[in-house]
Design a protein. Structure first.
Length: 395
């Protein structure tokens, strides 16, 4: 019995010295970091793909249900729309994929005693978590900069196909009563002037927007009325409003007929359509300039600002989920309660998801600033992860 114990101690001592090479006396092993990062990345990507496939399957079933009453819509079109949604769902499930993939990775490494041996070799949890944390941040950064651009393009095509074949109605420009209100810059009469346009009826024809019952209020930089323009019909094409049979109404003056009035505009038909479309149809690179255009034109930009901040917060949220997964899955099996800790980790992930959705609703309603609504769940998760790791590492 004694010889067996001595042999085990000799093997364990050799393993510890293997993990502590002479060139890294501080307890950090590059080999161990690469090993953990590889396991974490493979488990995370597998979980993201599995969750994306599951969500896409339910999306395909829902599209089939909607197309059941439209016999002229082929199944191939439904498959195309569902396929175009896949990058969007990758972004949607990424935090859960990192959380579940991290739990699987760290629980396996703990169950096989690899992390226990590493900690016995003097490597702290903060050191061997550096590599999976870096991987999670890089995955989140790639998703924000690369996949979001692909997702916005494909999601826009899916929305067009959905609008054309599966929805009833006149599209995003069919507003309440067919009316349109917008605000744009107008420097034709005074520097830094503003024009507010109201159209009673709106009709989209290819790249031209036809309006009728048009009223334009041309204001100075202090929002004082200079002149009002009335026109029975008009069009928006090539960044210019063309109003037919226009009349000018100056304050304290009789109406003046001027015929056709051309008014330059920084708006286009596609931009007006996008202002009513989902923010998911715009990439992270296009959102800042588009938000500025919306604010100049008088359109609400809360949803777009919230979506932009959410994309910016995604890399930090990915890193937070990696830390949360580590905090709930590195408990040694000999201490017991491992299943309870893993279940608590999954429950914490769903709790963060619920908090993020509640904060998003508050942000869209204007009760919370978009920055706070987008970053609050990430901050809450980060505080939870750091508290768990501090308790695990330092007691």
């Amino acid at each position: 019995m004694k010889s067996t114990t001595d042999g085990y101690r000799s093997w364990f001592s050799t393993l510890i010295h293997t993990l502590r090479p002479q060139e890294a006396e501080v307890g950090f092993s590059t080999t161990l970091a690469i090993y953990i990062a590889r396991h974490f990345t493979l488990n995370t990507l597998s979980m993201v793909l599995a969750l994306t496939g599951l969500v896409s399957l339910f999306d395909f079933i829902d599209l089939l249900r909607r197309a059941a009453t439209r016999p002229n819509v082929p199944t191939s079109l439904i498959l195309e729309i569902a396929g175009l949604h896949i990058p969007y769902y990758v972004i949607y499930v990424l935090p859960f994929g990192i959380l579940l993939g991290g739990i699987v990775c760290f629980s396996r490494l703990t169950r096989s005693s690899e992390l226990i041996v590493a900690r016995a070799a003097g490597i702290s949890a903060w050191q061997f978590l550096a590599s999976p944390l870096s991987c999670a941040l890089l995955i989140g950064l790639f998703t924000t900069t690369g996949i979001s651009a692909l997702s916005s393009s494909m999601y826009r095509q899916a929305e067009l196909l959905d609008q054309s074949y599966l929805r009833t109605g006149g599209g995003v420009l069919t507003l309440k009563g067919g009316e349109l209100w917008l605000r744009q810059a107008d420097e034709g009469l005074t520097p830094h002037g503003v024009a507010i346009l109201h159209a009673q009826n709106v009709k989209l024809a290819q790249d031209t927007l036809d309006v009728s019952g048009v009223t334009i209020f041309r204001l100075d930089d202090r929002d004082r009325l200079i002149v009002r323009v009335e026109a029975p019909t008009g069009t928006l094409a090539h960044q210019q409003w063309s109003l037919n049979d226009s009349s000018l109404l100056h304050p304290d003056h009789l109406p003046e007929k001027i015929g056709t009035l051309n008014l330059p505009s920084d708006l286009t038909v596609s931009r007006i359509q996008e202002s009513f479309a989902s923010p998911d149809t715009l990439s992270v690179f296009a959102l800042p300039s588009f938000i500025s255009l919306l604010e100049r034109s008088g359109f609400p930009s809360i949803r777009h600002r919230l979506h932009f901040q959410s994309l910016l917060a995604l890399p930090i949220l990915a890193g937070t989920m990696a830390l949360v997964s580590a905090g709930f899955s590195m408990r040694p099996a000999r201490r017991g309660g491992v299943a309870r800790m893993l279940g608590s980790g999954i429950a914490a992930g769903f709790a963060l998801f619920t908090i993020s959705k509640v904060a998003e609703q508050f942000g869209e309603s204007g009760a919370l600033p978009p920055v706070l609504a987008a970053w609050a769940p990430t901050g809450a998760g980060l505080c939870l992860a750091v508290a768990l790791l501090l308790h695990m590492e330092d007691g």
